[in-house]
Write a protein that binds this ligand. Structure first.
Ligand code: HPA
Length: 279
């Protein structure tokens, strides 16, 4: 992904607004409704931003919105790009480079995911505490030479991808508002197929709590770029290996729309505490 594109994208956005976003927000499948709560100062369809690809996935509007939420300057993506759309990791994570370059120090990422943990119900928010990455390479952008391990050339790894302070805050929001939320492990697949019952069974056994087809490339790059990250899955379907019914995309979108208010409460609370959080 060329730096020339990135520079043109920054220029285009800064010509429309001088606002410096403090947080980037990714609104996943069926979760784009929150974008309408933002007091918008500038908006762009993805395809109008140099270097940014179009989102083809249904339930993903493909709009970039700059504006204010809880009086905080934010940049939000209503919809995201996925590897299963045929995009490379660098293309999928390009918006993160842009969001970071515009000034955001915090990333709030959301997605719809299948609930593997038997105690989860449709509509529960699961705060990512860790992940299992089956998407393969994160992105070449996620590994600029200056963060490679000096002696081996391998990337430094770490399990602290998700900010524990923001995680605790999200859980406390759920308690205060009387809805369930859990901290869990997200397993990221390439998709686009939903899993077989045997795959769901295997995923439960290896310790995954939710499964989805996104988020990890963005989180990996955001961390590399020094952002604090909170990622929330909304359980859109119960991934039960013993049930003959399989997940379908309409159900995923509907569950996202219905659980949107829980995600909104979490995001608003994080924004209220943002001044203590900026990386
Ligand atoms: N599997 C993978 N991705 C998903 C699922 C699922 O069951 N539900 C929503 N995204």
């Amino acid at each position: 992904m060329s730096d020339r594109n990135l520079q043109s994208a920054i220029q285009k956005i800064q010509q429309a607004t001088q606002m410096i976003p403090k947080a980037g927000i990714i609104l996943g499948s069926g979760l784009g409704g929150l974008s309408r709560q933002i007091q918008s100062v500038a908006e762009f369809p993805f395809e109008k931003i140099p270097g940014l690809k179009t989102s083809h996935a249904s339930g993903h509007e493909g709009r970039l919105i700059l504006g204010y939420l809880q009086q905080q300057p934010v940049i939000a993506m209503a919809g995201r790009l996925h590897r299963y759309e045929g995009y490379s990791s660098d293309e999928v994570t390009y918006p993160i480079r842009l969001i970071r370059s515009l000034g955001a120090g915090v990333l709030l990422a959301s997605n719809a995911a299948g609930g593997l943990n038997p105690k989860y119900c449709v509509g529960d928010p699961i705060i990512l505490g860790d992940h299992i990455n089956w998407l393969g390479q994160a992105s070449t952008e996620a590994s600029p030479p200056n963060v490679r391990d000096q002696s081996t050339g391998f990337l430094q790894s770490g399990s602290n991808f998700y900010c524990s302070q923001l995680t605790s805050l999200a859980i406390s929001v759920a308690k205060k508002n009387d809805f369930s939320a859990y901290v869990g492990t997200y397993l990221g697949t390439l998709g686009p197929t939903y899993e077989t019952r045997s795959e769901y069974r295997m995923m439960r056994r290896i310790g995954a709590d939710v499964v989805g087809m996104s988020t990890l490339p963005e989180v990996l790059l955001a961390r590399r770029l020094g952002m604090k990250t909170l990622a929330v899955s909304i359980v859109s379907n119960v991934a039960n290996p013993d049930s003959p019914s399989t997940a379908n995309h309409d159900e995923v979108i509907r569950a996202g729309q219905q659980a949107g208010s829980k995600l909104e409460k979490i995001i608003r609370a994080v924004l209220d505490n943002l001044d203590n959080q900026v990386a």
